[in-house]
Ligand binder design. Structure first.
Ligand code: ZN
Length: 318
């Protein structure tokens, strides 16, 4: 049985363990607007501790771990559990942290890591944070300008654009109202020295596609043949969900995506990995495993990606 700690315990544990290894670790304070009816504090009026109880859940720690021992080393970026019910990413970091630091160190990469992007969703077992999410969800990082002058977030089949901007860019004609965890991630990601980032991975789990058995698939960009070795290692652990459709409602072709023979989807839909690709990160990956995949297996799949990307990032150095 894989232990799921509270969001606070996870942040405190990882912060302490990062410090013990000589890494920087800072818990940013993630603050949510108070929305009546959104929060499960309905009995607060009857509770003598209401003042404390109704305040505390609006603030959550969003931990950032940064290995600054080699200030010029190439960076491997890991983000996890943006969707709060997709707990395996955060648990991969929680249960395998020391091993991950060692893998990055041996590849002479500086680890930059956000182990739990959506702490309130994680704690509540919900996809989005406690302020809910606008129609674009909380994986909202990019806007594309089409040749028709329209700003859109999902390019689907037509990849011709005139420019792109961060979705938090105040110069956008209609900047979206981003959820709190997404806003904070935008602030932090804007501080990164992107030319140093050689690999970046966002750990997800697919809990929305109906009727999928255990297995893994992935989002990537560029020459996907580079990942054949990683995919074959993953295939020893779980089935690769190749040549099949994914989406909330598979009867709606406009909202489904199909994996290729190695289980990859290439999609420019304004997500964080799409942003990393636009920023020139050579390896920008999303690891997906189905909700039916046992947690133990998901963690091993995530570890194969982390190991494999560190291997690839090392190989491409002179
Ligand atoms: Zn997800």
């Amino acid at each position: 049985m894989i232990e799921k700690p509270s969001a606070d315990t996870l942040a405190i544990s990882l912060q302490t363990r990062a410090w013990a290894l000589g890494l920087e670790a800072y818990a940013h304070r993630l603050e949510y607007a108070r929305r009546p009816g959104k929060v499960r504090m309905s009995r607060a009026g009857e509770d003598p501790h209401a003042a404390v109880a109704s305040y505390a859940p609006y603030q959550w720690p969003l931990l950032e771990i940064d290995d600054r021992r080699w200030p010029d080393a190439p960076i491997v970026l890991i983000t996890a559990t943006m969707h709060g019910d997709e707990i395996a990413g955060a648990l991969t970091l929680y249960h395998r942290f020391e091993e991950i630091v060692q893998i990055a160190s041996e590849a002479r990469l500086a680890l930059l890591c956000f182990p739990l992007v959506n702490p309130s969703g994680f704690e509540n077992g919900e996809r989005y944070g406690m302020d809910g999410a606008p129609p674009e969800g909380n994986n909202d990082y990019l806007r594309y300008r089409t040749f028709g002058g329209e700003w859109i977030w999902d390019l689907r089949e037509d990849h011709s654009i005139t420019e792109w901007r961060w979705s938090s860019d105040p110069t956008l004609p209609n900047p979206p109202a981003l959820p709190a965890e997404t806003r904070l991630m935008h602030e932090r990601l804007k501080l990164i020295d992107w030319p140093r980032v050689v690999a970046a991975i966002d750990l997800h789990q697919d809990r929305i596609t109906p009727g999928v058995g255990p297995g893994a698939y992935h989002y990537g960009y560029g020459d996907l043949g580079r990942y054949a070795d990683i995919v074959s290692r993953i295939a020893k652990r779980v089935p690769i969900l190749a040549d099949r459709d994914f989406g909330v409602d598979l009867s709606q072709p406009t909202n489904t995506m199909r994996t290729d023979a190695r289980g990859f989807i290439v999609r420019h839909d304004g997500t964080s990995s799409d942003l990393w690709h636009r920023l020139g990160v050579p390896h920008a990956i999303v690891a997906e495993t189905s909700g039916a995949t046992p947690l133990e297996d998901v963690i091993e799949v995530n570890m194969e990606w982390i190991r494999g990307l560190c291997r690839l990032a090392t190989q491409r150095r002179p």
